[in-house]
Design a protein. Structure first.
Length: 340
């Protein structure tokens, strides 16, 4: 970890040097939380392609670890060192408590088409969230789902009792910790860069992530039992520094929005079928891996624990959270009714 911090410090130094030698509006810096080829990187690279093909601007993309952990790149964006950042509400939850709404278990449907329709049509996503982010100096450009959350552990999980005495890694997110407490586990916050080693050494007994991250990060190698609990989706948000964005001429604001739209469309096509492809790769590479998909009866035992997490969300967020949750549920209901 020390070497990683040194690399991150060196990266920030080079970044700051770049700021002094290039026009601020001509050299845009964009950081995300994932590895090369992962979903956030696919979005970032398409954003970069569109901007550079349709303007004289350059976009420098920084992947996981190059400028530090998630907290670091958010701080750099708020301070104007970075112009763009892609960060999950899981990490933004401490800054924007209402963003934790995505961690209320079983709030979201499991069907991808329904989820995508919700993100496109939701008033909560497209009208309320931008106001919440703006309060913290951030221009919310796009929210989108990356994939269904899958639990990996040292043994299969089929009921809440299986979580007893298990240390499950969570992001530094109070509501996600509440979720795993409700499920019966011991939530254990741990930076992403330490998850593989934590699983390997037994510091933690399991974790949750989209299946593509479990595959690309090799987590199945040290946590071979995969359980599809159906409890939620990994969601991410692409943001710009608000002052930077507001200072752009209108044509560049439109460029940013067009690039965002192009990247979103490209990324949604990318994630279709990605979970199945990633699972196939895991099963081909891992003889000892198991896959458990909870049936309706098993899911019901976990759903019984969800109301206490929703109550915790409301306690953490007050009236703003209550209004957001009410709109969130209304949007979901509207989408589901339209599909019937």
């Amino acid at each position: 970890m020390k070497s990683q911090k040194l690399l991150a410090t060196a990266g920030i130094g080079a970044l700051m040097l770049g700021m002094s030698t290039a026009a601020y509006s001509d050299n845009w810096r964009y950081a995300h939380e994932e590895y090369e080829g992962d979903v956030q990187d696919v979005f970032a690279q398409e954003f970069k392609r569109y901007v550079e093909e349709n303007s004289d601007h350059n976009v420098q993309v920084y992947r996981f670890g190059e400028l530090g952990e998630s907290d670091d790149i958010m701080e750099q964006t708020q301070n104007g060192i970075l112009q763009f950042v892609d960060q999950s509400p899981g990490f933004t939850g401490a800054l924007i408590p209402a963003a934790q709404i995505f961690f209320i278990p079983y709030l979201m449907p499991t069907d991808m088409d329904t989820v995508l329709e919700f993100f496109d049509e939701s008033k909560a996503i497209n009208e309320m969230f931008p106001e919440l982010y703006a309060e913290h100096g951030l221009k919310l450009l796009q929210m989108f789902p990356e994939g269904e959350m899958v639990v990996t552990a040292d043994e299969p999980i089929t009921e809440p009792a299986d979580f007893d005495n298990k240390k499950i890694r969570v992001m530094t997110n109070p509501l996600l910790a509440e979720t795993y407490s409700a499920f019966g586990a011991t939530p254990t916050p741990l930076p992403w860069g330490e998850v593989y080693g934590g699983l390997q050494t037994g510091i933690i007994d399991g974790q949750e992530n989209p299946i593509f991250w479990i595959e690309s990060g090799g987590l199945y190698e040290v946590s071979p039992n995969l359980t599809f609990t159906g409890h939620g989706w990994f969601t991410t948000a692409v943001m710009a520094n608000q002052d930077f964005y507001e200072g752009l001429p209108d044509e560049d604001k439109q460029l940013v929005q067009n690039a965002t739209d192009a990247a979103y469309d490209h990324t949604i096509e990318h994630i279709k079928g990605l979970a199945e492809e990633s699972l196939d790769k895991i099963m081909e590479a891992c003889d000892e891996c198991t896959v458990t998909r909870l049936n309706d009866e098993q899911i019901a035992t976990f759903k019984e624990r969800a109301p206490q997490v929703e109550e915790a969300f409301l306690e953490m967020t007050g009236d703003d959270g209550a209004a957001l949750l009410e709109q969130f549920k209304a949007d979901l209901e509207a989408v589901q009714q339209a599909e019937e």
